[in-house]
Design a protein around this ligand. Structure first.
Ligand SMILES: NC(=O)c1ccc[n+]([C@@H]2O[C@H](COP(=O)([O-])OP(=O)(O)OC[C@H]3O[C@@H](n4cnc5c(N)ncnc54)[C@H](OP(=O)(O)O)[C@@H]3O)[C@@H](O)[C@H]2O)c1
Length: 261
């Protein structure tokens, strides 16, 4: 299936969930622009998918914690005359443990990737997306978006931002050619726990609840094409979000705290 040579731009496509989303979209005939820091990993993904699915896969290695990253990504697309019809904001990471354990600059870099770059990419690409017959934005939040999570505080709050922002965009662009979907995965078997420096209890809980990134990507892409506003992945995570809504904040927060402390 061809999509008139339109491109899906996927951030954080070097591994984990982003890499699997790239595969799902390549399978559907989309050309790809794969963005992350790791040039080698990106090139391997691109080569694999080009060979398997006869699509074009370009790579752009960039550190999205740099303030100019979103503009650089947009400029690259303009220079290459890429017509982008899908924007997947997947790049992101957490920092677990005591808030004061990390320097202010470390929190800032995380928020730059999880919040700022995502928002800037939406702002820069929406005019181009609106020109397509049909376009999609998929933003990856987390089941942590539904409550405060002590010892994972700034990360969880950044994902609450992504969820709230995405739902607002969904409403703004509903009944237009642009559909916006927010995906909230729970623990997924990727490099995330290592990058977030999860402690033994966090690792154990994650391992117990883990979904595969392949399954997460499959449901995420289905949900995006079905134009759903937001989806919590996995039954346990759906129940978790419901309980977070139902129970007093203090109980919900203290229970999460015991996992990430
Ligand atoms: N795994 C989970 O349990 C889980 C649960 C809920 C939500 N999520 C969310 O799912 C998304 C994908 O995470 P994942 O689980 O697939 O983790 P992952 O395997 O660690 O992948 C994260 C991706 O983001 C990229 N990235 C990180 N920092 C970056 C930076 N400064 N600049 C550019 N790219 C950067 C990484 O590429 P490079 O390292 O090559 O830069 C990688 O491709 C994230 O937004 C995460 O918050 C994950």
């Amino acid at each position: 299936m061809s999509h008139n040579m339109t491109y899906a731009l996927i951030t954080g496509a070097s591994k984990g969930i982003g890499k699997c989303i790239a595969r799902e979209l390549a399978q559907k005939g989309y050309n790809l622009l794969l963005v992350a820091r790791s040039t080698d990993l990106l090139q391997t993904v691109a080569q694999e998918l080009e060979q398997e699915f006869a699509i074009k896969a370009l790579v752009l290695s960039i550190d999205m914690s740099r303030p100019e990253a979103a503009q650089t990504i947009f400029n690259f697309c303009e220079q290459q005359h890429l017509s982008v019809s899908i924007l997947v904001n997947n790049a992101g990471y957490g920092l677990s443990g005591k808030f004061e354990k990390y320097a202010s600059s470390a929190h800032e870099a995380m928020l730059q990737v999880n919040i700022m770059c995502l928002t800037q990419l939406c702002a820069l690409f929406i005019p181009m997306l609106k020109q397509q017959q049909q376009a999609f934005i998929m933003n990856i939040a987390s089941s942590a978006a539904y409550q405060a999570v002590p010892y994972l505080g700034a990360y969880a709050a950044s994902k609450s931002y992504v969820l709230s922002f995405s739902r607002a965009l969904y409403q703004e662009y509903k009944n237009t050619a642009l559909s916006v979907t927010c995906i909230c995965p729970g623990p997924t078997d990727t490099d995330f726990p290592n990058r977030a420096f999860l402690g033994p209890k966090g690792m154990k809980t994650a391992a117990k609840l883990n979904m595969t990134p392949e399954k997460v990507a499959e449901i995420a892409v289905q949900s995006m094409f079905a134009k759903k506003p937001n989806v919590i992945l996995g039954f346990v995570n759906k129940v978790g979000a419901f309980l977070a809504w139902l129970l007093p904040n203090n109980i919900v927060e203290r229970s999460a705290m015991s996992i990430y402390q």
